[in-house]
Design a protein around this ligand. Structure first.
Ligand SMILES: [Zn+2]
Length: 646
C-alpha cells in the first residue's frame, strides 16, 4: 500500500501543475498491515508453502489445518451494500488429529457451513462464530469430518465491512453508476471473506462475480479486459498469494492497453489521461527485470479508483489499485507506480510472514523503487527523493514513542495498522542502502536477485531474512565490517544508528537557500528563480520557509505562485498546512473543497491534525468533516474520528 510518505517526482513547473485539474499526490505505498508475531518460525523450504510464524493478528490454525485454495462466488448487491455468496476453502491437514478449522471473520453473517470429501456431495457441519474482538474480529470454528477436503461457507458481508467501500454515483468521476472496491491490507480481508487472514498463509483462488449489467468487475487475478458486460465475470489467480492481496472492484470501468502486458482500468472520463500518465510502466518493468529477475505475474495492470481511496496505491498482484490524485498530467507522481510495481518482487513474491515483519515488504520496496527511478529518470531525482525522505523520517522519529521506532516492531495487542508508520519504509530503506554501500552495488544486486529467487512465493520472518543475509552475503565480509553494521541495533532498537547513509541533493540545497533569502527579506517571491523547479523542489521550498509567516508573507507567496489554486495535490497539501498554521483565510474555501473531494489519508489527516490545535480550527474541522465524512473510506474515517475525539 502506499503509505504515509509523500514523494514526488518529476519536473513540472508549478504553473503547469496549476493547470491540471486533478491533484497529485503520491506516496509510496503502504499497505495495510497486520499482526505481530512473537515466536518467528521460519518459512520452510518445502515444495508447498508452509504456514509461517505464529501470527498474533489471526485466529487461524494453519499449523494444523491450512487453507490452500479458495473458490469464491458473490452477488454484488449495491442496493444493500453487501456481497452475498459462498467461499469454498480447500484444506490440507498438517496434523492428522486436527478436527477443527479456525478462520478469521469480521462482521460477517454466516448462514451455513458445509463439508465435502469428494467435491461432489456436501453436508452441513457444526460451526461456532465466537465473540468479536475490536481489533481481530470474530473467530469462526468449523468442525471437520475425518475425510473433509473442502469447506463451504455461505455468508453475507456487513454494509460497514472494514475492507469494502461502497460509493454512490455522486462519488465517482462519471456520476452515473455506483462503485465498490476492497482494501484488504492489513487485516481487512476477513471483513469480506472468511479465511485464514494471515500473510503467512498463501492461497490460489478462483472467483465468479455477478454485478449489475452496466458494470465491470476486476480482481487481483487474471482479468479478461474484453469480457462483455454480461453481469457475470470469472477470475483465476494461479500464483499463491497472502490474503491481504485479494482484491475486488466493481464500477463503470474501461480498459486501455499501454503495452502488450500493461494497461489501465478506469472510469471512462479518466482512462485516457491515466494511460498517458502511466505510459512509462513498461520501461519500469523492463528496468526492474534487468536488475532483479523476471516479473512472475504475467500481466501488470493498474486500476484507477475514485478519489476516496484512502491510500496512494495498493500493490494487489497483477492489478495495482491507485489513487487518481497521482494523475498530474505531467508524470510528476509516477513514483507511486514504481513503488507498487516493485512490490511485485518485494512483498507479493517474498512476503512478510506477520505484520511485525512489515518492514521486509516496505523497506525492500522503497529500495527497489529508488533503483527503478534511477534507471528510468536518473540519479538527480533519486537524490531529491532520498533527501526529502530523510527529513520526513527525522520528523516521524521525533513524533513516535521509542517502541514504534523499531523496525522489528512489537504489535502485540495492537491493530497492525498502527505499525504503518514511515519507519518500516524509510528507516528500513536506509538499512538496505547501508548494506549496499558496505558490499558494493554489484554484490548487493546479485544478493537481492538471489533473495527473490530463493524465497519466491513464500512468506518469511525477520529472522529468516537475517539468517539468509548472514549466510549469503555477510559470511563473505570481514568480521570487523560486519560488526560495524550494528545489524541488531538497526532491527531491534529505536532511533537511527549513526552509520545511517546520508542523503544530499544539490538541487534541494539551492531551494533551501532561496527560501532562506526570501524569508530574510533579501528577495521578493516574484524574483525567485523557480522556473526549473520540479514538484520535489516546490515541496522542499514549502517545508523550508519558516513555520510562522506574516499575513503579508502568505499573501506574497500566494500572489506570486498561485498556491491556493494549485492543481498538484501534494503541493496543495503543504500549502494548506501552511495556511492553517498561519490563519490565512483566503485558502479556507480551497481547504474545504480539498478535504471533501479527496479521501487519501496521507493528504487529509495532517490537515485535520493541524486544525484541531486551535479552537477556531477545531470548529472549522468539525464543520468540514460533517460534510466530508460520508465520502471517506472506513480507514480514513477511523483515523479522522480519532483526531477529532482527542
Ligand atoms: Zn508499499
Amino acid at each position: 500500500m502506499s503509505i504515509p510518505r509523500g514523494r514526488f517526482v518529476t519536473s513540472a513547473s508549478l504553473n503547469r501543475l496549476s493547470r491540471v485539474s486533478l491533484a497529485i499526490v503520491i506516496t509510496s505505498a503502504m499497505a495495510c498491515d497486520r499482526p505481530a508475531s512473537d515466536s518467528p518460525s521460519s518459512a520452510s523450504s518445502g515444495e508447498m508453502p508452509q504456514p509461517a510464524a505464529r501470527d498474533l493478528h489471526s485466529y487461524g490454525n494453519p499449523g494444523e489445518v491450512v487453507v490452500r485454495h479458495l473458490d469464491l462466488e458473490w452477488d454484488v448487491r449495491f442496493d444493500r451494500r453487501a456481497l452475498d455468496g459462498t467461499a469454498t476453502l480447500e484444506i490440507e491437514r498438517l496434523s492428522e488429529s486436527a478436527d477443527t478449522l479456525r478462520l478469521d471473520t469480521r462482521d460477517l453473517s454466516v448462514t451455513a457451513v458445509d463439508l465435502t470429501d469428494d467435491g461432489q456431495t456436501w453436508s452441513p457441519t457444526r460451526f461456532v462464530l465466537g465473540d468479536a474482538d475490536p481489533i481481530l474480529g470474530a473467530p469462526l470454528e468449523i468442525s471437520l469430518s475425518t475425510g473433509a477436503t473442502s469447506v463451504r461457507v455461505t455468508y453475507s458481508t456487513n454494509p460497514n465491512a472494514s475492507g469494502v467501500q461502497w460509493l454512490e454515483p455522486s462519488q465517482t468521476a462519471g456520476k452515473q453508476h455506483p462503485f465498490m472496491f476492497t482494501q484488504s491490507q492489513a487485516i481487512h480481508a476477513r471483513s469480506w471473506i472468511p479465511l485464514q487472514d494471515s500473510p503467512g498463509v498463501r492461497v490460489t483462488y478462483r472467483a465468479t462475480v455477478r454485478t449489475p449489467t452496466a458494470l465491470r468487475a476486476v480482481m487481483s487475478a487474471a482479468n479478461q479486459a474484453d469480457a462483455p458486460l454480461s453481469g457475470e465475470f470469472t477470475f483465476e489467480m494461479r500464483q499463491p498469494i497472502p490474503s491481504y492481496l485479494i482484491a475486488l472492484a466493481v464500477g463503470d470501468l474501461q480498459f486501455r492497453a499501454m503495452s502488450p502486458r500493461t494497461g489501465v482500468y478506469a472510469e471512462p472520463l479518466v482512462v485516457e489521461s491515466a494511460a498517458a500518465e502511466f505510459e512509462d510502466t513498461e520501461a519500469m518493468m523492463a528496468a526492474t527485470e534487468r536488475l532483479y529477475g523476471p516479473y512472475r505475474w504475467e500481466r501488470y495492470d493498474l486500476l484507477v479508483l475514485p478519489p476516496s481511496f484512502p491510500f496512494g496505491g495498493m500493490e494487489n498482484p497483477r492489478l495495482t489499485f491507485a489513487t487518481p490524485t497521482i494523475i498530474a498530467g505531467d508524470k510528476s507522481l509516477v513514483v507511486l507506480v514504481a513503488h507498487e510495481l516493485a512490490h511485485s518482487w518485494s512483498g507479493n513474491l517474498v512476503t512478510n510472514a506477520t505484520w511485525r515483519d512489515f518492514w521486509l515488504n516496505e523497506a525492500f520496496t522503497v529500495y527497489l523503487e529508488r533503483r527503478i527511478l534511477e534507471e528510468v529518470f536518473g540519479r538527480a531525482r533519486v537524490d531529491m527523493e532520498a533527501t526529502l525522505d530523510r527529513a520526513t523520517l527525522a520528523e516521524e522519529l521525533a513524533r513516535l514513542e521509542p517502541p514504534d521506532q523499531i523496525l522489528h516492531v512489537d504489535l502485540s495487542g495492537r491493530d497492525p495498522d498502527d505499525g504503518m508508520t514511515q519507519v518500516p519504509y524509510l528507516k528500513g530503506e536506509l538499512l538496505l542502502r547501508l548494506l549496499e554501500n558496505t558490499v558494493g552495488r554489484a554484490r548487493f544486486d546479485s544478493f537481492l536477485r538471489a533473495y527473490f529467487d530463493h524465497f519466491a512465493f513464500r512468506s518469511i520472518t525477520t529472522a529468516d531474512f537475517v539468517a539468509y543475509l548472514e549466510d549469503q552475503l555477510l559470511s563473505e565480509v570481514e568480521t570487523g565490517v560486519v560488526d560495524a553494521l550494528q545489524l541488531d541495533r538497526w532491527l531491534e532498537e529505536p532511533g537511527l544508528p549513526a552509520n545511517a547513509p546520508l542523503a544530499e541533493s544539490d538541487a534541494l540545497t539551492r531551494v533551501a537557500g532561496q527560501a532562506a533569502r526570501w524569508a530574510g527579506g533579501e528577495v521578493t517571491a516574484g524574483a525567485l528563480d523557480t522556473a526549473p523547479w520540479t514538484t520535489q523542489e516546490w515541496l522542499h521550498f514549502l517545508t523550508s520557509v519558516p513555520d510562522t509567516l506574516t499575513a503579508d508573507q502568505m499573501r506574497e507567496l500566494d500572489d506570486a505562485f498561485g498556491f491556493t489554486q494549485v492543481g498538484n495535490s501534494e503541493v496543495a497539501h503543504l500549502w494548506l498546512l501552511t495556511a492553517i498554521r498561519n490563519h490565512y483565510a483566503p485558502a479556507y474555501p480551497r481547504l474545504e473543497s480539498y478535504l471533501i473531494e479527496i479521501g487519501r489519508r496521507k493528504l487529509i489527516k495532517p490537515l485535520y491534525d493541524e486544525l484541531v490545535k486551535t479552537t477556531d480550527g477545531r470548529a472549522r474541522a468539525e464543520a468540514i468533516y460533517e460534510r466530508a465524512r460520508p465520502g471517506y473510506h472506513p480507514i480514513s474515517v477511523s483515523s479522522i474520528d480519532d483526531v477529532l475525539s482527542r
